[in-house]
Design a protein around this ligand. Structure first.
Ligand SMILES: *[C@@H]1O[C@H](CO)[C@@H](O)[C@H](O)[C@H]1NC(C)=O
Length: 371
């Protein structure tokens, strides 16, 4: 430490001279730190800048505390091992937060993060009842990867992705199946994405009770090889009324939606402004949707009102979409504002099993609700 301080002092005194390589700093960069048990979260947060690899081995995060891995050194690796648990408190969370540049967050194959959400589940999600913590903030992550993470029983929303650029999420599992019992879990969105550029999500398995993916804003977002079950499908929106109301260049590719409220959804908020453009859903299959196969609405969440034209939806491609809905569900519903849905190209769209809507509004040229 003394040596390090003196080197810093020399460097500061002679700012024009490039400091010689510091062997101690190199060693520091290669340090693996392992944290575990009930002190693990506070020790990891306190020491995170001294470690190039942070191993979180069966950490028991205390109630009301975030496992704080924000502002990590560039290039830090975080590895979850064993079961990570979280104490109970009624609060907003997050339970885990990671930020930095060139960060890798990964896990041993048998590791899992156990939210034990049943302690909070009351059927009201984020709309009432107990205040529930969001699980995982992936905010302000640049050129980073989150992979091989298994989340069990989230209290409410799982991944909040905000202000990220060039972020890859690979092989993420969210298993909230237990929350289906008595409809107790709600608003357990898999990935909520906002104000981010370049987010790639591959091979996700999401078993939940709300959107598998929901994009409020952001650009260059790619979701492929996913399975989404029990929730609200692949959603854009709701768009409008926030600081950032632009969604651009989003692709959902080669994914399967099972037993969900709907498979494909774009919702823009009644009376607000913004833009949704360059949206592609390709090679999407779905079965047994309970409400809609495909739903596009420009009057969320005032569906008694006529849709408004302030948030446009343009360059919207559906290609090779095959799905079934339950017999009392609507196959396709579209409610556009006057002239605010343009340049839609739908090919090989085949939705069967339910009712054909006869009150679609302001359909763009070439599109019908009877595909
Ligand atoms: C659209 O996003 C993809 C990533 O999903 C990216 O590879 C591509 O370059 C983007 N296209 C444009 C025109 O920015």
């Amino acid at each position: 430490m003394l040596l390090l301080l003196s080197l810093v002092a020399v460097a500061a005194a002679t700012p024009m001279v490039t400091p010689a390589p510091d062997p101690q700093a190199a060693q520091k960069r290669a340090t693996t730190c392992t944290f575990s048990g009930s002190e693990g979260a506070s020790s990891a947060s306190a020491s995170k800048l001294d470690c190039s690899t942070i191993v979180l081995s069966s950490v028991a995060v205390p109630s009301g505390v975030t496992l704080d891995l924000t502002d990590l050194n560039d290039g830090t690796t975080v590895i979850f091992a064993g079961e990570t648990t979280f104490g109970y408190e009624e609060w907003d969370g997050p339970l885990v937060s990671v930020s930095g540049t060139d960060i890798l967050v990964t896990a041993d194959d048998d590791a899992y993060l156990n939210g034990d959400g049943s302690r909070w589940w009351d059927g009201e999600g984020s709309n009432g009842g107990k205040t529930k913590p969001t699980f995982f903030y992936a905010h302000s992550l640049t050129s980073s990867t989150i992979e091989n993470i298994y989340i069990l029983n989230s209290p409410v929303q799982v991944f909040s992705i905000d202000d990220a650029s060039d972020l890859t999420l690979t092989d993420i599992t969210v298993n909230n199946v237990d929350g289906d019992t008595d409809d107790l879990a709600a608003n357990t969105d898999g990935f909520d994405i906002a104000s981010s550029t370049g987010v790639t999500i591959t091979g996700a398995n999401i078993y939940n009770q709300d959107d598998c993916v929901a994009i409020n804003s952001g650009e260059n977002i790619y979701f492929s090889g996913g399975v989404c079950s029990g929730g609200h499908g692949l959603s854009i929106g709701s768009v409008g009324g926030r600081d950032d109301n632009t969604v651009k260049n989003v692709t959902f590719y080669n994914s399967e939606i099972l037993a969900s409220q709907q498979a494909i959804r774009i919702k823009t908020i009644y009376g607000d402004t913004g833009s949704v453009s360059e949206i592609t859903y390709q090679e999407i299959t779905f079965t047994d949707c309970t409400d809609y196969g495909i739903i596009i609405e420009q009057n969320y969440d005032d569906t008694d009102e006529e849709p408004t034209d302030g948030v446009t939806i343009s360059d919207f491609v559906l290609d090779n979409i095959q799905g079934t809905v339950e017999s009392d569900a609507v196959e396709i519903y579209i409610a556009c504002g006057d002239g605010s849905c343009t340049d839609w190209t739908w090919t090989d769209v085949d939705v069967t099993g339910g009712e054909v809507s006869d009150d679609c509004l302001n359909l763009p040229s070439g599109i019908t609700c009877d595909e």
